[in-house]
Write a protein that binds this ligand. Structure first.
Ligand code: MSP
Length: 669
């Protein structure tokens, strides 16, 4: 009889649709996806919910500004969020939109339960409201929101109130009985003191906005967005019929720290009022900071995930976010650190170990996993070296070993889990350097030793592939295939990984670079350039889990689209003449130019420094795209673009030029 798997239900926050994802949002989702994959590899039947939070005044206003109906606006945005998660290899099982009908029914049902149980009453609210956080705030008119610092609005309206005040004691009792309910400790303390300070009843419907789920029989009331949004966690797994799916209560709500109160106070109170089971744990992660401030659209300091995925691949972003930030604390983002990590840990670390090992197996073992048991005569020293690797590999898989990857994943200590895997990778590298199979291979009497050493390295790679899979879903699949494995890697069970399961004789695939090295500056310039391109409108969802490419493949993946003549006409190109040209310190590839375009002289940065001497450019006539939005390259403002052909495999730039003399400022058509 098939064994019944234990169930595990986890959720990301559902994202506001009045903006597009940046890597702060991406962080919430990637963490959840990593946990999802890890739990699956521990034998759980996992459901992960993500989705979009589509109601509220903010969306109402954004749609109005875009001159489209709200429903059309949110449909496009939801498609964009969903497509991005696909590109990042996120395996959401449920994508819930708060405009889904099943969700509306669940919200209305939950309200009825709370009301029937005597926890809802009609009233009036007059006070300040923060439309950005969707929260009623306790400040005077004219004062800003105490949480996000943005202006508040005075709201006077009829509402239904939820008797939150009745839940102070039940909540405190619950927190006391379930000490792990709120994590980490600092957030738990924050919530405790908030609740101990007393709870005021909460308005859960609004009459001053239209774009929301209607309160049945009470129009024009619509639900307050947080009452609406939190309920998405329940609507995704059966709503009123949650018992049938067996996925409620949730095991884990993963959220950013600024929304902990909604999750750890309001949500359990709503559920208690309705007589429903409470989630088991709420984990609040820290923020991704950029220039020491929370990355957010309103501050304009956001970094988008797509340029990173296009240049370095999705695994690089996933690895960086989980490796650099201690889970639960704030972390800083920098392109520099990102590319540094990519080159040192992924290209030189895992990528190099994999290609080294597989190339040697190809060369010395006819592309088949060698047989380690053939090595009859190994010295004691050799035996100790081999045993060292074997024991280390096994420690990584055990829950009881605090140095182990399994143990650290279990505690959501991703950064240290990855640290453990990468220390092991270094140990295997050292092992190869000290055993020197390429030297042994020259000696026909050492064949068995070569086989044992390369088996050890390949088996280590198999462990690494399985253990790193939750974080690096794309490259570990490639590595898995390169090792000749055919069962899906995601179906492997971490706790049963045992040394020696790699079968000798298995044919390996050709070694292909998992993470091609990339020149730091070039990578940063490419990402920054893509970042400053205008955001694309919503796109059709990409093929699941695989839109990411390595450093060279991004452009080749998207089929060229035909454009109309009007589209071409939007690009304004003019003849310009270079007035000055100089190098930029710290940017080997860039030249800072001033270019006369007829109507004015512009400063433009061009990535041609390795092929053109600055002095030789002065006076030269070039083609300039003059209506590009200005952007900064390596901190230098660039106002336009010089047109060049990209020649040869390395993409050498050759400036577009004219064979006849042309007037400065002439338009190209
Ligand atoms: N819609 C609400 C959540 C409702 S859940 C029932 C919301 N949406 S949000 O789009 O503003 O934020 C969603 C998640 O992204 C939150 O967990 C938030 O913490 C996270 N992040 C947004 N910016 C972030 C950073 N700069 N850093 C890390 N995470 C951040 O709130």
């Amino acid at each position: 009889m098939a064994q019944v798997k234990p169930k595990f239900y986890l959720t990301t926050p559902i994202y506001y649709t009045n903006g597009l994802p940046h890597i702060g949002h991406t962080y919430s989702t990637i963490v959840c996806d990593t946990i999802r994959r890890y739990k699956r590899m521990r034998g759980y039947e996992v459901v992960m919910t993500t989705g979009t939070d589509e109601h509220g005044v903010n969306v109402e206003r954004s749609a109005k500004k875009a001159c489209v109906p709200e429903s059309e606006f949110v449909a496009k945005m939801a498609a964009e969020w969903r497509a991005l998660w696909d590109e990042l290899g996120v395996q959401g099982d449920e994508f819930i939109r708060t405009t889904d009908l099943k969700h509306a029914h669940t919200v209305q049902w939950l309200f009825k339960q709370c009301r029937d149980n005597g926890f809802v009453y009609p009233g009036h609210y007059t006070g300040q409201y923060c439309i950005y956080d969707n929260a009623y705030v306790d400040v005077k008119p004219g004062e800003n929101c105490p949480d996000c610092g943005r202006p508040t609005e005075t709201v006077t309206e009829a509402n239904f109130y939820f008797k939150l005040s009745a839940f102070q004691k039940p909540l405190l009792d619950w927190y006391a009985k379930h000490p792990d309910f709120i994590q980490p400790e600092a957030r738990r303390n924050e919530v405790l003191s908030f609740v101990e300070g007393g709870l005021r009843d909460l308005s859960i419907t609004r009459t001053s906005i239209r774009w929301g789920i209607p309160v049945p029989g009470e129009e024009p009331h619509v639900f307050y967005v947080w009452f609406d949004a939190l309920t998405a966690y329940l609507s995704a797994v059966g709503g009123p019929q949650y018992e049938k799916t067996g996925f409620w209560p949730a095991d884990l709500h993963l959220v950013g720290k600024e929304i902990i109160r909604f999750h750890a106070v309001y949500w359990p109170a709503f559920l208690m009022a309705a007589g429903l089971p409470l989630p088991k744990q709420i984990w609040a992660h820290g923020w991704l900071l950029m220039d020491s401030a929370k990355m957010s659209k309103s501050l304009g300091n956001v970094v988008r995930p797509r340029p990173i995925v296009n240049v370095l691949g999705m695994d690089a972003l996933r690895y960086y976010l989980l490796r650099e930030t201690v889970f639960g604390q704030d972390g800083s983002f920098s392109y520099d650190a990102l590319v540094q990590r990519y080159n040192s840990d992924l290209a030189n670390g895992l990528g190099n170990l994999a290609s080294r090992t597989l190339t040697m197996i190809e060369k010395y073992c006819a592309s088949a996993i060698p047989n380690p048991s053939d090595s009859a005569a190994v010295s004691e020293d050799d035996e100790a070296l081999d045993r060292g690797i074997r024991t280390w590999a096994e420690i990584l898989t055990r829950d009881e070993s605090p140095q182990g990857v399994a143990h650290r994943y279990g505690q959501f200590d991703f950064s240290r889990a990855l640290e453990a895997i990468w220390s092991f990778i270094s140990a295997v590298d050292v092992y190869l350097t000290s055993t020197q199979p390429w030297v042994l291979a020259e000696d026909p009497t050492k064949k068995e030793r070569v086989a044992r050493v390369l088996y050890t390295a390949a088996e280590s790679l198999r462990f690494v592939a399985v253990l790193a899979h939750p974080v690096l879903p794309d490259s570990t699949v490639k590595l898995w295939k390169q090792l000749g494995q055919t069962n899906p890697i995601g179906d492997q069970r971490i706790e049963v990984l045992a040394w020696g399961q790699l079968r000798p004789g298995t044919k390996i695939a050709k070694a292909e670079s998992l993470f091609p090295r990339i020149e730091k500056q070039e990578a940063i310039e490419r990402m920054e350039a893509m970042e400053s391109e205008p955001q694309k409108p919503a796109v059709a969802p990409a093929a699941s889990g695989n839109a990411a490419t390595g450093p060279s493949g991004a452009a080749a993946q998207t089929a060229p689209e035909k454009i109309a003549i009007e589209d071409f006409a939007k690009v304004e190109m003019r003849v310009g003449q270079i007035k000055t040209a100089e190098r930029i310190i710290g940017a080997d590839k860039l030249l800072k130019l001033t270019v006369d375009i007829g109507s004015e002289v512009r400063q433009i940065c061009a990535g041609i420094a390795q092929y053109y001497e600055p002095d030789a450019l002065v006076g030269r006539k070039v083609v300039v795209v003059v209506n590009l939005a200005p952007r900064k390259l390596r901190g230098v403002e660039s106002n336009g673009m010089i047109v060049a052909a990209s020649v040869g495999p390395e993409g050498r730039p050759v400036l577009a030029a004219f064979t006849e003399d042309v007037e400065v400022g002439a338009r190209l058509k």
